[in-house]
Ligand binder design. Structure first.
Ligand SMILES: C[S@@+](CC[C@H](N)C(=O)[O-])C[C@H]1O[C@@H](n2cnc3c(N)ncnc32)[C@H](O)[C@@H]1O
Length: 275
């Protein structure tokens, strides 16, 4: 029997989706909406920017990153906000209808749901576009060179959703970003941080918000508090830091994991021989 998608309540009362494909909730159980705000919107620094803004959202899920962004911009001045969100799972529309906050976020969520149901939403200042399908293919189709102000990189965990954590995919994201844009992600795993470095990013961590675990930020340009060369050398020497690579000929994330295991074993051997 096919396992069902389930909605679970998290500690801040917002709902999360359990997706059987990943055997994982789409958010932390410690607070789904709080996670969107604290792991993406705040560390990205997007709220300090104004003018015409463009945001890439990797993994729409329940659309909380978009909602938290809209809520944060509610009282701010900006010219226009364009949000492009990638999502491969179309069968979650009914679950979006069950999301309720009982405050002004419900009005904003109408725009998010409308975008998901119709493929896009726009008013005089806000445009939300949903690119359905595999983000690896869609990233090659959108023409966004050097024009994105923030990337919310929010797939499922690296071991289960590895196709979106590869050097190849990071390079595509990097090409879309402006020099002063940040990519934010919740993972602090060495293979992810080193994968970002190998894709050409300067990388650092964010800490100090309401979650105990640190996350990662990355930019095309050097930034205050990004990791030092010494730290990157340590990362390179870490036997856990073999990044994911997509051979781009197969459509199987399992293949990426398999290649990663082979490469990681090779690296471990090399490190042992160096001792
Ligand atoms: C952790 S959830 C995202 C949560 C979401 N950002 C939110 O605010 O609610 C990850 C999402 O990425 C989607 N996803 C996974 N692999 C994908 C792929 N290759 N292309 C597009 N979307 C993908 C999943 O279907 C899932 O909805």
């Amino acid at each position: 029997m096919k396992e069902k998608i389930i909605l679970n309540k998290t500690e801040d009362d917002s709902l999360t989706l359990y997706l059987p494909e990943y055997d994982e909730n789409t958010h932390t159980i410690h607070g789904a909406y709080t996670e969107a705000l604290n792991k993406h919107i705040i560390p990205s620094g997007i709220c300090n920017k104004s003018g015409d803004l463009c945001i890439l959202d990797i993994g729409f899920g329940l659309g909380y990153n978009i909602l938290a962004l809209l809520d944060s911009f509610y009282t701010r001045s900006f010219s226009s906000l364009r949000i492009i969100s990638f999502e491969k799972e179309k069968g979650i529309a009914d679950y979006l209808d069950m999301v309720e906050f009982n405050d002004k976020r419900d009005d904003l969520y109408v725009m998010v749901k409308d975008a998901f149901n119709k493929g896009s939403f726009s008013n005089d200042k806000i445009k939300i576009e949903i690119c359905f399908g595999d983000a690896r293919q869609n990233i090659k189709k959108i023409n966004l060179k050097n024009s994105v102000d923030a990337v919310f990189h929010d797939p499922h965990s690296p071991g289960k959703n590895s196709e979106l954590w590869t050097i190849n995919f990071f390079k595509h994201l990097q090409a879309c970003m402006k020099d002063d844009a940040y990519l934010t992600t919740y993972s602090f795993a060495p293979q992810i941080r080193y994968g970002l470095v190998k894709a050409g990013f300067f990388v650092g961590s964010w800490t100090g918000n309401c979650f105990e675990k640190e996350g990662t930020i990355a930019s095309k340009s050097i930034f205050k508090d990004c990791f030092s060369d010494d730290y990157i050398r340590l990362l390179e020497a870490d036997k856990r830091s073999t990044p994911y690579l997509d051979n781009e000929t197969m459509d199987l994330e399992r293949e990426i994991i398999r290649i990663n295991r082979i490469e990681a074993a090779k690296k471990r051997k090399e490190l042992i021989q160096q001792v």
